[in-house]
Ligand binder design. Structure first.
Ligand code: PLP
Length: 392
């Protein structure tokens, strides 16, 4: 077996299951999970219907690059959503469908990095989405961490910049909810050109934001603002999982630099991960509709307003800029807090240190927990009221 498999860390949910093993909360309390970021709002009817209506197309092999119709729908969505120059996204050169961003974030690293002993690094935020780390390790690369709370790219050392082949950014961030502004992304792009590395921008939470007048930016918009309509060294990752409440559809896309897309297409042809035609049809319907996305955001907005009201003054928590996570500081140790909270209230939260690594200055997730407000309003409210009772 590949010896790099031994370097993989247990997934946060495995650690959480181990933490809860043998703990028996009061059976009168309905268990509520705030730990998994699986959207539970309703998916759009017309998308599900489209999937049903096109099941007959399962009798054909789909092409890895997807249909032109899907790539066109995605290109139009990107240009409109991020105010990119007209026709800057060519559906033939700049876009590929992927089966959710998770597989793409993983496989892109296998394809975009190579054996270069002088540059064995992949940089990533800390705390992070653990796939970044696993992807780097299985590609034989060394993870290099930067602080996800500050995202101070200008503060990356010369040695780090010279050592990395790729950097992950996550905007809006999981778990921090922080949004990178265009200026920060422009600054990172300048470094990428100077030191010759690729930027993989995980933007799967880009459609979950709270101020309709201030949608999060994309790395592609930063490249365009830098006067680079070719999006050199850029790859962005988008998904229908959060935007359209379709985590089970496994549908997303990557977009960016045509040379990176061409290499990734070659890789994927061998990897064998084409998207089935009914999923492509459903995805077209989803990318072409914004109404359900606006409604989805309105629901999150109400839930977060309610959450801040319930928790206000009782927990050290800020309203996130975007995304659907709360990332509060809690009194004491986060692992112990999560275990005791579950025992007392049957509410599951994820200890912050499970989402981060000690990269020399302590684990930046320590003393925080992640709460995903994905369940119904009522369930979220009940869970947070139980948290407040527990704190009291
Ligand atoms: C930061 C981040 N990136 C990517 C993903 C993967 O999402 P999907 O594969 O459903 O597109 C998730 C899922 O939770 C996530 O939190």
């Amino acid at each position: 077996m590949n010896p790099n498999l031994d370097a993989l860390q247990p997934y946060p949910f495995e650690r959480l299951a181990a933490l809860q093993r043998g703990v028996r909360p009061d059976p009168a309390l309905t268990p509520i999970s705030l730990s998994i970021g699986e959207p539970r709002h309703a998916p759009p009817d017309q998308v599900v219907q489209q999937l049903r209506d096109t099941l007959g197309e399962l009798d054909r092999y789909p092409a890895t690059r997807g249909t032109l119709e899907l790539r066109t729908a995605i290109s139009e969505w990107l240009i409109h959503r991020f105010a990119l120059p007209p026709a800057s996204i060519d559906p033939e050169r700049n876009v590929l469908p992927v089966n959710g961003t998770r597989e793409a974030l993983f496989s892109f690293v296998q394809c975009a990095t190579g054996p270069d002993s002088t540059r064995p690094g992949v940089a990533m935020p800390n705390p992070f989405y653990q796939i970044y780390e696993g992807a780097a390790l299985l590609a034989g690369q060394r993870p290099v961490f930067y602080d996800a709370h500050t995202c101070d790219f200008a503060g990356l050392s010369e040695a780090t910049l010279r050592r990395i082949q790729l950097i992950f950014v996550c905007t809006p961030g999981n778990p921090t909810g922080q949004v990178l502004q265009v200026e920060a992304l422009q600054q990172l792009l300048e470094l990428a050109h100077r030191y010759d590395f690729v930027i993989a921008s995980d933007e799967c939470y880009s459609e979950i934001y709270f101020d309709e007048d201030r949608p999060p930016a994309s790395l592609l918009a930063a490249a365009a603002a830098n006067g680079d309509p070719e999006f050199s060294r850029c790859m962005v990752f988008h998904s229908l999982s959060k935007r359209s409440n379709l985590p089970g559809l496994r549908s997303g896309f990557v977009a960016g630099d045509a040379a990176l897309i061409a290499g990734f297409l070659k890789y994927r042809t061998y990897h064998g991960c084409a998207m089935s035609l009914p999923v492509q049809r459903a995805s077209i319907a989803a990318w072409r509709d914004e109404h359900h996305v606006t409604e989805n955001r309105a629901l999150y907005r109400r839930k977060f307003a309610e959450a801040m009201h319930v928790l206000g003054g009782k927990l050290d928590v800020e309203h996130p800029e975007a995304g659907f996570f709360l990332w509060p500081r809690i009194p004491g140790d986060d692992v112990e807090f999560a275990r005791r909270l579950y025992a007392a209230t049957a509410v599951t939260v994820l200890p912050g240190q499970f989402l981060a690594r000690d990269a020399g200055q302590g684990n930046p997730g320590r003393g925080r927990v992640r709460m995903a407000l994905v369940a119904s309003r009522e369930e979220c409210r009940t869970a947070l009221e139980r948290v407040v009772d527990f704190l009291g």
